[in-house]
Design a protein. Structure first.
Length: 303
């Protein structure tokens, strides 16, 4: 039986990964309740743990937060990953290592280069994106020189019920729920909602992780990177307007300058054809349905 070490297990995506893995009798989960920046504790934990595969989710994953605290973003996302890899090397680990990167590594992409393929040059424009790109290179090098079966994934924007409200769609969903319940004036505070993103439901994303992990030791996966995406872009404005129309409530949308990022990718979507050739995966959830479920989630939380 495969036994999986999952970092970031208590985070938004981590909780969904645990639910997905728990349905598989071959998988047992290990939670990692330690600071990845504490190298001695990481090494002690890894040394004393028994596992065959690693999913490395733990990261500071907010683009906005990365501008507010770039140093911490780099420390956690790069040096935290280094400490984990170093501990695995000392353990003589030779199993599968799935590194969860981000589409933010691509940065700005011109219209004629969409949807982005994995061989597109990396030009991140946020501390978060830059730190994830650096960690990708670290993971690749470590896999080539230390015997790991490393696979890297670049998920595009993914969301779902339970996501923290510091992320854009969850913030919108929470505000709409408060307006519906009469706890907020019918005014929605937003940043730039003209931007268009390749959105996925978190449940589709973690299903892809599961299918990749099961095949990570195969030659077609080892030392490879895969986009996990829908293949098309939808603007925040479209998602908001559709939900407001369904709720049939009057809402004013007002831009808050504090919510506008200093630099912004206006439109991006990816190409997941490399992944789809190798695993039986395609998105099952509509982002409009997902967003509606997120509003319902916040209604329950706030009631």
């Amino acid at each position: 039986m495969m036994k999986v070490l999952l970092t970031g297990a208590t985070g938004f995506v981590g909780t969904y990964v645990q639910r997905t893995l728990s349905t598989l009798p071959m998988v047992d989960q290990e939670g990692m309740a330690i600071d990845l920046l504490d190298s001695p504790k990481v090494e002690s934990f890894i040394k004393d743990s028994d596992f065959d595969a690693v999913i490395h989710l733990a990261a500071l994953s907010s683009v906005a937060q990365s501008f507010q605290d770039p140093r911490l973003t780099w420390e956690v996302n790069l040096w935290g990953t280094f400490n984990l890899l170093q501990a695995l090397k000392k353990k003589k680990f030779n199993g599968a290592f799935l590194y969860v990167s981000s589409s933010e590594v691509y940065g700005k992409v011109s219209e004629d280069q969409l949807g982005v393929k994995e061989n597109f040059s990396l030009k991140p424009i946020s501390p978060y994106g830059a730190s994830k790109a650096a960690a990708e290179h670290l993971c690749f090098q470590w896999g080539e020189t230390n015997g790991f079966s490393v696979v890297m994934v670049r998920p595009f924007n993914h969301t779902g019920p339970g996501q923290e409200d510091r992320f854009v769609l969850s913030s919108f969903a929470k505000q709409l729920a408060k307006i519906f319940l009469g706890n907020q004036e019918p005014c929605l505070k937003v940043g730039n909602i003209e931007v268009a993103r390749d959105f996925l439901d978190v449940r589709d994303v973690v299903k892809a992780y599961q299918l990749i992990l099961e095949r990570a030791a195969l030659p077609d996966f080892r030392s490879q990177v895969f986009n996990v995406c829908s293949g098309h872009a939808i603007s925040l404005k479209e998602i908001l307007q559709a939900q407001i129309s369904c709720m049939n409530i009057p809402v004013e949308i007002k831009q808050d300058p504090q919510l506008v990022r200093p630099v912004e990718v206006l439109k991006i979507y990816g190409d997941s054809s490399r992944l789809k050739k190798l695993i039986p995966w395609k998105p099952q959830y509509s982002i409009f349905d997902t967003f509606s479920q997120m509003v319902d989630f916040w209604k329950e939380e706030l009631s």
